[in-house]
Design a protein around this ligand. Sequence first.
Ligand code: ZN
Length: 221
Amino acid sequence: MELKSGVYLLEGIKGANCYLIADKEGAYLIDTGMPGNADRIIQEIRSIGHKPEEIRDILLTHPDIDHAGSAAALQFITKAKIAIHENDAPSLTGEREGKKVKGFLGLIFRLMLNNIKFESLRPDLILKDGETVGPFKVVHVPGHTQGSICFYDAAKSVLLVGDALRTDKKGLPCLSPDIMNDNSLLAKESLQKLAGLDFQIMLPGHGKPILENAAKKVALL
Ligand SMILES: [Zn+2]
């Protein structure tokens, strides 16, 4: 689904929202869904008139299985570079155990995920706060995970937020639930780093994209 020129929400991906941002310079895939979504993602990219070979980088907002689950398979198929923040890289390579969802829901999740294997991988690009990757500025917003990042495309007025924010039933921005966060207090504090950014569109990992006045809506949190 084209949200605006060159900005696509890939449809039918399980786990989390995946986006393709494409222009003449190349294409960027943001997040990859649960394991097993690689073929579907390739199919979707073709269906919107792009080629998997156009993908320069696969940008991971964080390494949770619902976002990075198909990254290893896509790295192999597309040969694109996988990028993640330095603080979250060890979770991707398997050097550090993945974040655990807390409480009873966490137990349910772990039972559900018992048969789903996270394929660890080596990132090609290690990102830091304030750096640029393709058309995006990297904004480090720790809290959901230690290395959660937003990708800001000023020219397109788009902010990709991963799970730093999601949208509620009314379509307004909100924080991820406490039990999902590594540190909710920090997640809230990190929002201050978005205050200076001007963006019309907010693309979350979960919930519907916000297509108008997104920065203003985030500022109210
Ligand atoms: Zn998620």
